[in-house]
Design a protein around this ligand. Structure first.
Ligand code: FAD
Ligand code: DLZ
Ligand code: SF4
Length: 513
């Protein structure tokens, strides 16, 4: 009788996952393993590790209830070999397995490790594409082939046509593909947000929390007040809660930031989606139904669906198309070390301190905090993009390289030289001031353009444009910025650059900023 191992990784927790679909309960054995190699290739936030381990344990129990034989390794099992490839070797020998069924992992690192193992192993490896995505690699590559630039918007329209979401025949509902001009308002005074659904840890999750506290005591991030869903039925309740309470204002407040609200109208579903607890189409259909029933306006439903079938799928396409060297790209040759305040929140810059503090507490920050606060600062200050990438990969509960790297290396740091974005996402403090209520609590003055109190984003914005003039001045989308800079009085320009240089020197010498 043939026995094959069916590898299920910590972010593949879906009964529809391809390797499971290709396997049979009668002969095949599911292998799942909590291993040090995966838990420490970056120093993950403890809440991320706890979420993944708890969800893995509950998924294994579900599979067993469903009749599967599951060989599950816990982190503290004495015979744990502590890496995915060595666990396959150990389980292969234990069960006399002749083959391994794999669903393609979401990181080149692990793909390469498993490819090496399959070259050496007597077991036959069968690779399956990850069918949890709408666009296969071949489909994305076919879309990308021959295009001068890979703009997400056109890819997104194809995904709308493919899924039929918000379509009226072959036309978009209400006559437009994109309703962004109705979106992106600052949060109005007194706007209230109920936040994501919270779950009290069950005994299995509590056991994992104790284990993670003991094994990862010094990783950045707090384990206190763990409230994440850890199985599909809870994640579905979180989805229903979002659709009812936050989707209607999702578009309006997509880019807003508030001092006293960590979530606003965001769904906080990415960690469930990326781990396999929720399916992208299921989420989008729920949003579409809310729109059809008159419970959410088109700008909200369209904006939300675009993030999932557009941006999320597009980012994955870029990651696999660009290959394993993508996270090492550094088109702007930035080399400054990541400042300590990314780990401590200890900075006078209120916006950064807030974003880091909430990341530490929740393993979550919403998109505009990631892009226009911590990401914007790193880009303006010329931080080494690989260090920025490792930070994002470690600190967010939803972070796996296939989605994190194109967002960080591409969208946020322009380190891929313009594959994801046609221009760098940089802004001065004025943007943060417009979209948030942070600046009024800050030690720096957002209206000051020079001098000791000047908002560092104001100084560094011009410093960035000036030092990268050769690359960007002919970019039509940046022409206006250069015109404004050039119109500034020469002395003033010199003062801005000198103040920015002084700020960077302080940063480099580890003085408080
Ligand atoms: P919502 O605002 O409610 O959006 C709905 C869903 O759309 C999200 O759950 C997510 O699945 C999807 N989505 C939205 N924007 C993007 C995007 N740019 N790329 C891919 N999917 C998107 N997302 C991750 O899932 N993992 C990451 O590691 C990650 N790292 C990021 C790093 C940077 C620098 C930036 C700028 C963005 C990053 N994103 C990442 C994208 C986005 O910020 C998160 O998906 C989002 O903040 C998750 O919170 P949410 O579920 O409340 O999202
Ligand atoms: C992120 C993560 C962590 C922290 N731990 C495990 C683990 O112990 N076992 C496992 O199978 N997967 C884990 N993961 C998820 C993997 O790192 C993820 O599957 C790969 O990075 C590919 O996306
Ligand atoms: Fe951030 Fe500048 Fe506003 Fe302070 S003044 S919160 S540093 S944007």
């Amino acid at each position: 009788m043939v026995t094959r191992l069916v590898l299920i990784l910590g972010d593949q927790l879906s009964p529809e996952i391809a390797a499971l679909q290709a396997a049979g309960k009668a002969h095949d054995i599911v292998v799942m393993a909590e291993v040090t190699a995966e838990a420490s290739y970056v120093r993950h936030h403890p809440k991320k590790i706890a979420f993944i381990f708890a969800a893995m344990r509950k998924f294994a129990a579900r599979l067993r209830d469903d009749g599967w034989q599951v060989a599950y390794t816990r982190l503290d099992d004495t015979d744990n070999t502590n890496a995915i490839d060595s666990e396959l070797v150990r389980r292969g020998a234990e069960f006399g397995a002749t083959g391994v069924l794999i669903t393609e992992p979401g990181e080149w690192r692990l793909i390469e490790a498993l490819r090496s193992l399959s070259d050496e192993s007597p077991m036959e490896f069968r690779w399956n594409s990850d069918s949890r995505f709408l666009a296969s690699h071949a489909e994305f590559d076919a879309w990308a082939e021959g295009r001068k630039s890979l703009r997400m918007e056109y890819f997104y329209r194809d995904m709308r046509r493919k899924t039929g979401l918000l379509m009226d025949g072959d036309q978009p509902v209400e006559g437009k593909w994109n309703f962004d001009h109705d979106n992106r308002k600052p949060a109005s005074d007194g706007a209230e947000f109920s936040g994501p659904m919270r779950f009290t840890p069950d005994p299995e999750t509590q056991q994992v929390l104790d284990l993670v506290a003991q094994k990862f005591p010094s990783n950045f991030g707090s384990l206190d007040d763990f409230w994440f869903a850890t199985d599909t039925s809870q994640a579905r309740r979180a989805l229903t809660h979002f659709i009812k309470t936050a989707l209607p204002t999702f578009g309006d407040y997509q880019d807003a930031m508030l001092r006293d609200d960590r979530f606003l109208s965001h769904s906080v579903l990415s960690m469930y989606l990326n781990a396999g607890l929720l399916d992208p189409l299921e989420i989008c259909q729920a949003a579409e139904t809310a729109y059809k029933n008159g419970d959410a306006p088109i700008n909200a439903a369209e904006g939300f669906i675009r993030q999932i079938i557009g941006w999320r799928e597009y980012m994955r396409g870029i990651y696999f198309r660009e290959g394993p060297d993508y996270p090492r790209r550094n088109a702007l040759n930035h080399s400054r070390g990541l400042p300590d305040f990314y780990w401590s929140a200890d900075t006078k810059m209120y916006c950064i301190s807030k974003a880091v503090e909430q990341t530490q507490a929740e393993a979550y920050a919403h998109h505009i905090q990631r892009l226009m606060v911590t990401g914007n600062f790193a880009l303006l200050a010329g931080i080494d993009p690989f260090q920025v990438h490792e930070w994002y990969l470690a600190v967010y509960a939803d972070a796996y390289e296939w989605v994190e790297a194109p967002n960080v290396i591409g969208m946020s740091q322009f380190a891929d030289g313009g594959i994801v974005g046609s221009k760098p996402y940089v802004s001065s403090g004025a943007y943060i001031d417009r979209m948030s209520d942070y600046c009024k609590s800050c030690a720096y003055k957002v209206k000051h353009k020079t001098g000791p109190d000047a908002c560092p984003f104001n100084l560094l914005y011009w410093h960035f444009l000036d030092r990268h003039r050769d690359r960007f001045e002919s970019n039509p989308r940046m022409a206006q910025m250069y015109r404004t800079w050039d119109r500034m009085d020469g002395d003033r320009r010199e003062t801005v650059l000198a103040d920015a240089g002084a700020f960077l020197e302080k940063l480099d010498s580890g003085q408080p900023v």
